[in-house]
Design a binder for this molecule. Structure first.
Ligand SMILES: Nc1ncnc2c1ncn2[C@@H]1O[C@H](COP(=O)(O)OP(=O)(O)OP(=O)(O)O)[C@@H](O)[C@H]1O
Length: 310
């Protein structure tokens, strides 16, 4: 059974696409990672699934319910942890969870046990009587996770739950997610960091500028990305024409000219790389530099996450 079915989802702000024909199916019980650089559309997609934002096109169905036509039914099914959230001053951790349990109309007699169980699940039992504004960031994130579980949702939508956490807090967050997976929740979780999600997800979808550019099991997606290198091609003139020319070349998986030169993520081998240079020169482009960009974390990230349609 599919827990989430997203079809050709599109969201436009002004003249730019935050999401463009985004299609994704998530089987029940799966942990799905959504990866992409800043502005790729992760939060937009998750906000639409959480019924907080209306798409401009396409459909999204959660547990058989359309997010627009049956928003109330979808909200009962999902637990949503946004990338930014507030905690209330002057409330203790238990009171905080109790407040949300009340909002979900959990009977008052069941709430003390529920709050205790949730705090245990996120490993915060010893903070039950601590004020939430005094908790560390990692603890607040885990408390927010507990909050989105009060109504025992089948589907969890977690927007960068590990962002800003130190390694120990990340490890603790991962352990909570593993535990939720054992409870058979369907989880969609976003991150900038591919290796981080690769460890805990069954499947990975990669978004780039609103488009789905890779989708599959962790093994499939990471294998497809091995051997991608970033090439710097600097031309004396006609950069837009160069970008247009190489866009459809075999092996070109990502492309941008923001730095004033063509940054090409290239999946071919060295021979094919040489062939690409020859073809560019044969087209009459005056090449000032053609080099592999090495040792830059940002470029490595772009190579891993980037892809254009070829
Ligand atoms: N309310 C808005 N008004 C205008 N543009 C917006 C709005 N919300 C998002 N965008 C734009 O939509 C695109 C997708 O943004 P989104 O927040 O979904 O990306 P993201 O992948 O979650 O990024 P990040 O990793 O930085 O959170 C971006 O170009 C962003 O600037």
């Amino acid at each position: 059974m599919n827990a989430v079915e997203i079809k050709q989802l599109t969201k436009i702000y002004g003249s730019s696409y935050a999401l463009r024909d985004f299609t994704l199916t998530i089987e029940a019980g799966r942990v799905y990672g959504l990866i992409g650089p800043n502005g790729a559309g992760k939060t937009t997609a998750m906000s639409i699934l959480a019924t907080l934002l209306a798409p401009d096109g396409g459909t999204a169905v959660v547990g058989g319910h359309d997010v627009i036509k049956e928003a109330a039914a979808v909200r009962r099914l999902i637990g949503y942890m946004p990338d930014f959230f507030g905690v209330y001053d002057g409330l203790k951790a238990t009171e905080y969870l109790d407040f949300y349990a009340a909002a979900y109309r959990i009977p008052i007699s069941k709430r003390p046990q529920l709050c205790q169980d949730l705090l245990e699940l996120v490993n915060l039992s010893d903070k039950a009587d601590s004020y939430v504004d005094l908790l560390s960031r990692g603890m607040k994130q885990r408390l927010a996770m507990a909050r989105c579980l009060v109504h025992d949702p089948a589907v969890l939508i977690l927007d960068e739950p590990a962002s800003g956490l130190d390694p120990r807090a990340r490890a603790e967050m991962k352990e909570v997610i593993r535990q939720l997976r054992r409870m058979n929740k369907t989880i969609l979780i976003s991150s900038h960091i591919l290796p981080e999600l690769a460890e805990m997800c069954d499947n990975i979808a990669i978004l780039e500028q609103g488009r789905l550019v890779a989708n599959g099991t962790v093994e499939e997606v990471t294998a497809a990305r091995q051997g991608v290198r970033v090439l710097k091609v600097d031309v004396a003139e006609k950069l837009p024409e160069l970008l247009e020319y190489v866009r459809h070349k075999t092996g070109v998986v990502n492309l941008d000219g923001d730095a004033g030169w063509a940054r090409i993520s290239f999946a071919g081998n060295k021979t094919e790389q040489g062939q690409l240079l020859r073809e560019i020169m044969d087209q009459g482009f005056s090449v000032l530099e053609f080099a592999e960009v090495k040792g830059n974390l940002e470029d490595a990230f772009m190579a891993v996450t980037g892809e254009v349609e070829v």
